[in-house]
Design a protein around this ligand. Sequence first.
Ligand SMILES: C[S@@+](CC[C@H](N)C(=O)[O-])C[C@H]1O[C@@H](n2cnc3c(N)ncnc32)[C@H](O)[C@@H]1O
Length: 264
Amino acid sequence: MTIEAIDFARLYRDHLAMAARTRKSASAWDSRAAGMAARALQSSYARDFVARMDLTGARSLLDVGCGPGTIALAVAARLERVLALDYSAAMLDALRTQAAARGLTHVQTVHRAWEDDWSDLPACDIAVASRATLVDDIGAALARLDAHARLRVYVTHPVGGHFLDPAIQHVIGRSLPSTPDYIYLVNILHRMGIHPRLDYLTQESRLAGAQDFADYAQRVAWSTGGLAEDETARLQAWYERATSAERTGAPMRWAFISWEKTPC
Ligand SMILES: C[S@@+](CC[C@H](N)C(=O)[O-])C[C@H]1O[C@@H](n2cnc3c(N)ncnc32)[C@H](O)[C@@H]1O
């Protein structure tokens, strides 16, 4: 058997299906919009992502799964046109508020999903998908991003596939299945004839900023798809005696995958 026989997009789909319990709907993301707008835009993750982008010769950008504008707004002042696409209406509301506060009038929101019809969306010089690629058909998603970019594409995808440190899962007696990590994307791109650059970003765990146990438990519940009463009790008993570093858990790592479009 050779690597050509492996259908990585199919493997990704099968792997993601096993993790379906913790997948999020648009309305679930709506509930995170205010919190993300407050934190993500100022984060070291956003700074590190933007520092790795090359905007040479670029006038336009498409940001897919843009959230509150973490990447789109950070680079908008250097561009003439920015399209920010997300299926969460509340994320787009937060983005418009932030754009208005910065006087960025050339940022246009698109209320749409990865899976919707994009035939009316123009190609942009740069296409971005930051922390927003846990979609069923990752092969189709990557092909769409590539087709909508004239110069360069930037994508981040989890390393390791855990959004909650396995040590904290252990505390509540869970062992969540991993979500498919970045290595599938590299292989799928290779099959598409694309040979991307690979780098890594570190993001402090979301649990770090929790105000109190109620806030902490809510953040853990986001990653576990809810907490039963006995799980909450176990988490609280552990939380009372854990150090601040133990509560925070391991940082999240993201693969930063990028490629240049080859001129036709
Ligand atoms: C973790 S947030 C990332 C937001 C932003 N890109 C960032 O890096 O801070 C994931 C975003 O992807 C969006 N999203 C998830 N699945 C989507 C889909 N199928 N179509 C469009 N947007 C989606 C969510 O609404 C959310 O805003």
